[in-house]
Design a binder for this molecule. Structure first.
Ligand code: MCA
Ligand code: AMP
Length: 508
């Protein structure tokens, strides 16, 4: 029987010359394919030596580094389940994720060990390691004592490989359970659809705690045996300078907007590049057009979700069609996509409705939330994305909005209900609403509108300052207004569309 462990497939794609460069970092280090193989083996052996129960979760809240990537690959190799956490999360957020996922291992930055280990030990985690950007910390010290050879643990396609926390369409964060088969099948489809080829070099510019950087970019390069130029933190000038030696770059729209602001972005600078991919948030048509003028290259926009991995993509090959700005392209091979009205009836071409999907890429459900999982699938087994869109006569998908109350800021998801909850807890607050409005850098930015209790006086800046001490930085509203009341419809529901309209020019 074949081993369906995703790591085994990635390892099989390593080039024959294991001493060639696999990763080059921005501080000048070069890791060979042999380094990745040995490093993942040593770490996998360390994890196995901990005698963890099968299916154990390994949670990581660490800065982006090659060693952090090795930790992810080692977790797969050892057959455990990886749980990546955004480095911006603060203690209340980490407490929720660790309490919910009950990881057997937690890896954090040395500077956070005090508070993270306290949370982890309270949740029953026995093993807390540290891993720092400068390649120090107890994880590497401990792994150094283990053998550098390791046979990937046998896994079935349906076995869990990772859990990614996302808020789905409603309520508290839910852990989307992704299997080895979900991840591998999606990576294989993208390898073919995007024409990965010999000699490709990827500029890896995104964080590695979400689907885009951890799976789409990383698996793409590894499955093609391609070298990565590894940017610890996105820097537009560095990314442009790296284009001379690279062929593929993946980014959220904010990355493209920031590169366009650099005079060094020219057709000459981009001459060596084969493919620019954008996703995670809507790419403005202005950005799409300007990029073409400034570089002579056409961005390929695609669409996906944590629960489903990649769903649609504009075509790579000309014979399959044009890359059309403002659309997210065609359903990927193997992905079923349909548009439904609210009463579940099928809609005609061009009509707008809820996007529903099916395929080997669709997740196994939400971690320990069978009811939530059930709610988000139709009776005939399609996953309801919460995105609103349409299909045209050629089959291109356009996303026109979202039925879920979600703001996407700089490619990160912000759930208004969560931030409103924190604001409503503050003394003197009667109620609040958070809306997303256009922002030139982040695409959308959060604006809070807060109503004081009778007799209370509130200050918008103080509310923002208080949120900063509680929540990840990207969730903090960029502005906060104190008003006498929120607009409501006859049913008493807050009319967020009116608030969005009122504040739409705030940042433009
Ligand atoms: C930072 N800030 C933000 C954001 N990032 N505010 C709103 N939205 C953000 N995304 C805050 C900072 O805390 C700071 O606040 C101020 O804005 C300016 O920070 P700056 O230094 O400009 O930010 P940065 O550190 O340069 O980060 C910007 C970034 C980053 C590089 C665009 O947000 C990023 O890497 N985004 C990519 C996210 C991503 O990978 N998404 C993929 C999800 P203050 O000054 O007050 O401290 S996967 C997904 O969605 C699906 C599956 C898919 O389809 O891919
Ligand atoms: P996440 O929960 O982080 O996985 O975010 C998934 C959501 O990001 C999707 O449901 C969409 O709303 C949004 N998204 C991803 N790619 C695109 C895109 N190219 N255009 C518009 N929205 C996108």
């Amino acid at each position: 029987m074949n081993n369906h462990n995703l790591f085994a497939a990635l390892r099989a794609a390593f080039p024959q010359d294991l001493d060639s460069a696999a990763v080059e970092t921005d501080d000048g280090l070069v890791y060979s394919w042999r380094d990745l193989d040995r490093g993942t083996a040593m770490m996998a052996n360390l994890l196995r030596a901990l005698s963890l129960p099968e299916g154990s979760r390994v949670a990581a809240q660490v800065e982006k580094s090659v060693e952090a990537m090795i930790l992810y690959l080692a977790t797969l190799r050892a057959g455990y389940v990886f749980l990546p956490l955004n480095t911006a999360y603060q203690s209340a957020e980490i407490e929720y994720f660790v309490g919910n996922a009950e990881p057997a291992v937690v890896v954090c930055s040395g500077k956070n060990f005090g508070w993270v280990s306290k949370i982890a030990f309270k949740a029953g985690t026995r093993n807390v390691f540290t891993l720092n950007e400068d390649r120090t910390g107890s994880l590497l010290e401990r792994a150094a004592h283990h053998s550098d050879s390791h046979e990937p643990v046998r896994r079935n396609s349906d076995d869990l490989a990772a859990i990614l926390y996302t808020s789905g369409t409603t309520g508290r964060s839910k852990g989307a359970m992704l299997s080895h088969g979900n991840l591998l099948s999606n990576a294989q489809v993208l390898k073919d659809y995007w024409g990965w080829q010999a000699g490709d070099v990827l500029i890896h510019a995104l964080p590695i705690f979400h689907v885009h950087g951890l799976f789409v970019a990383l698996h793409g390069a590894l499955l093609n045996g391609s070298k990565m130029i590894w940017l610890g933190k996105f820097d537009p000038r560095r990314a442009i300078a790296n284009m001379r030696e690279a062929t593929v770059l993946m980014g959220v729209p904010t990355l493209y907007v920031r590169m366009l602001a650099e005079p060094s972005l020219t057709p000459e600078a981009a001459r060596h590049m084969r493919l620019f991919i954008s996703g995670s948030a809507p790419l403005l048509i202005e950005t799409f057009n300007e990029w073409r003028v400034r570089t002579g290259r056409t961005i390929l926009e695609r669409y996906g979700m944590s629960e489903t991995l990649m769903l649609t993509s504009n075509p790579y090959r000309e014979e399959e069609g044009r890359r059309r700005g403002g659309t997210v392209g065609f359903p990927l091979p193997g992905v079923g996509l349909r548009v439904r009205a609210e009463d579940a009836s099928e809609l005609a071409t061009g009509e707008v409705g809820g996007i529903e999907v099916k395929g080997p890429n669709v997740f196994k459900g939400y971690w320990r939330m069978p009811e939530k999982t059930h709610e988000e699938f139709t009776a005939d087994g399609w996953f309801k994305t919460g995105d609103v869109g349409k299909l045209d006569e050629l089959g291109y998908v356009t996303i026109v909005g979202r039925s879920k109350d979600l703001i996407i800021s700089g490619g990160y998801n912000v759930y208004p209900a969560e931030i409103e909850g924190y604001i409503n807890e503050m003394p003197g607050v009667a109620e609040s609403a958070l809306v997303g409005v256009p922002h030139p850098d982040f695409g959308e930015a959060g604006v809070a509108v807060v109503v004081p209790k009778p007799g209370a006086s509130l200050d918008g800046e103080q509310i923002v300052a208080r949120l900063k001490s509680q929540l990840a930085n990207f969730k903090i509203p960029k502005r906060c207004f104190v008003v006498r009341e929120l607009p409501r419809n006859t049913m008493g529901k807050v009319q967020k569309n009116l608030l969005r309209e009122e504040h739409k020019l705030l940042f433009t």
